[in-house]
Each structure stands twice: as structure tokens, then as C-alpha cells.
Design a protein around this ligand. Sequence first.
Ligand code: F6R
Length: 364
Amino acid sequence: EKGGYEHFMLKEMYEQPKAILDTFSPRIKGNEVVIDELGMSDDEIRAVKKIMIVACGSAYHAGVTGKYIFEGLTRIPVEVDTASEFRYRDPIIEDGTLLIVISQSGETADSLAAIREAHAKGGKVLGIVNVVGSSIAREADNVMYTWAGPEIAVATTKAYSCQLIAEYLLAMKFAHVRGKISDAELADMIEDMKELPAQVEMLLNNKKNIQKFANRYLAAKDIFYIGRGIDYAIAMEGSLKMKEISYVHSDAYAAGELKHGTISLVEDGTLVTAILTQENLYKKMISNMEEVKTRGAFVMAVTNVDNTEVERNADYVMYIPKTNKYFTNTLAIIPLQLFGYYVAVGKGCDVDKPRNLAKSVTVE
Ligand code: F6R
């Protein structure tokens, strides 16, 4: 059933190229994004004034990526909440608010409660869901399925990757309908999207090098993940992948926040993973890398293939191929998934079933 792989998690990581393809290909017709299941006319898309994204765990991290992408491409204001907190701020849901709930299992109790809260306030809910016919799929007004297939490992990989794709498609659709991107820009994004499966595959095939590197970090006590902008979202997901399966404490910080407290934890040999895929943020990220290096940190960088300059400030670099600036999270997460996986394997952890965790969290 694991198809020759040592763990479901590794198998599911390897299923990502196909899962990504299966999620975007039915929604791309020539140079257009067509999302029939959205259930919204172009006029309704133009009438959206605010988007609220609600989810838990990795799905929440996908939502944080979504905020940067929706705001960047569509200029619609976006709020992102962890579902377990959403209700406690008496959320303001008005005419023109679209609530997006993201969930792999479709059974997460807090995410379901968020839908009910939105409905009680007259809001409209779009679900981005993996499990067909699940509770969230049934209660949302419309559902856009992520076609990742069944996910068995507790730590999500392919479902998360498909959640990102679903958000890209939605943001591209909204941006195009609202006149924020031209036909040519949309066509370019579609071309870049079509490259993603092969690029993910290539990154997966680098697993031996990452395993070698991971084996040096089996005794790590703390790992910090830093990024700015959209890279901060991937820092959060990379950090969660590490801690949930390897039990190594890790945290993600917006890179500029580090010096407001956390940098006091950096000492000789502390591993800091810096993610820098956004050209306009390279300089600032490099100065944050220098700050931690001066304090003895070992710096691992995830960056674009042409940013070799980073080698002056990093001890180890994982390169990702060139893509659209909004799609980089899809590529940057792959080495980080592999890194978390191989630290856990090296430590002999129960990778597919980490202690204290359940695949689907049906209590609040
Ligand atoms: C982490 C992980 C969890 C889930 C979270 C939400 O690898 O799997 O953080 O993302 O429990 O679950 P769903 O997506 O089923 O609502």
C-alpha cells in the first residue's frame, strides 16, 4: 500500500507533481481559468469587497500564503484567521464578504464552526476541501476540491500543495475578471503553473543531499525559520513540518521580528533556515542572515537558482528553479518537507503517526 516507499509521508510527497497537475488541469481551458464550481458570476466576483480565510494548522498556513496572493493580484483586502480563534472576535461579515474555509479532511471542528458562524451572519462560504462529501464540503455554499487523493500520513504534504494551487487559480480568476491582470499576464501565469509539476519532481529528486544534511541536525534543540512577505508563510509551514514529526522545537518568524526578542536564543551552532524567493526582499533578508551568523548561527538558505550571491552569507543553500513570484511557495516547501522528514527518519520517529496527533481533529 505504500507502493515501495518507506512511509506514507514520502509516498505522498512524491505524489505532489500529479496532485498539483490534477488540481489545476481541469480548471485551465486554453488561456482561461474556469472554475465552474465557484458558483459565482463575473458580476458577483466583481462585487467581493473582502475575503476572510479561515483554517487550522497547515491549511491556515496555506491561507496566509493566500492573503499575500489575493491582495497582490486582486487588491481585495484579505483577513486570515485560525479557525479556533475566528468566532471569538465576533467577526464582521457584511455584504460583499467572501469566507473561504480550507480543510484537507473537511471534518475539522473549528473550521466547521466558522462556517456556521458565517452563515448565522448571512455570509457566503467557499470551501477548499480535499475529502469529497465531507462535512465542510456539505455545509459550504460552494466547494472547490483539491484533487490530492487520500492522504494517510498525519503530516500533510500533497493536500497542502493542492490548497496553494486552488488559491492561485482563484486569485488569477478574480484578478482577471476584475481587470487587475491582462490576458497576456494570465496566459504567462498559466504557462508558469504548467511547469510546476516537473519543477516539484526535480526538487524531490534532490532528496539524497537533503538527507545527508538532515543527518547532521539530529541533535538540534531549536531550529528557526525566517522569511519576509510570502516567504514568511512558507517559513511557518516548514517549521510545522519539522516539529510535528521530528519533535525538534522549531519556530517561524517574520525575519524582521527576530531582533525583537527571539535572537537572544541564537547561539553557536543554532540552525536558522532563511527563505528568500522574493527579489525585492533579498537585501533585507541577507542582512537578517548576517545578524544571526554573527551570533554563531548555522544558516541554511532556500532561494532562487540565480541568487548565488547568498552563498556568502549561508552555510548551506537549497536552490529552487525560477517561477512566477506568486508561485514560489509551491517550490520552496519541497526541500523543507524533505528536511523535516529526514530529521524525523534519522531520529527514528514514527513519521506517519507522530505522538499526540490525529489526522482529523473533530473536537474544538
Ligand atoms: C499538519 C497538519 C495539520 C492540519 C490541520 C487542519 O501537517 O496536517 O496542521 O493541517 O489539522 O486539518 P484539515 O486540513 O483536515 O482541516
